[in-house]
Design a protein around this ligand. Sequence first.
Ligand SMILES: [Zn+2]
Length: 70
Amino acid sequence: MEESVRQVIDGLSLPFFNDLIQNQDAISYSDSLQKPLVILRWRHRVCQTCSDSFDISREGRFYRCGRCLI
Ligand SMILES: [Zn+2]
């Protein structure tokens, strides 16, 4: 991992494992843009299509949940 990415993750004070930031409150794509280096590192995200939150380690891709990919 790049040092700049590591610094952003360290600054969040959230658990980090399996290459994902273990956030409890799902983050939206628009909010994720505030930290561009870690857009694809959040575990819980808000789907851009249906606005439901989902766990990227279980389903989905980018900011779209498993149901909305079909
Ligand atoms: Zn969805």
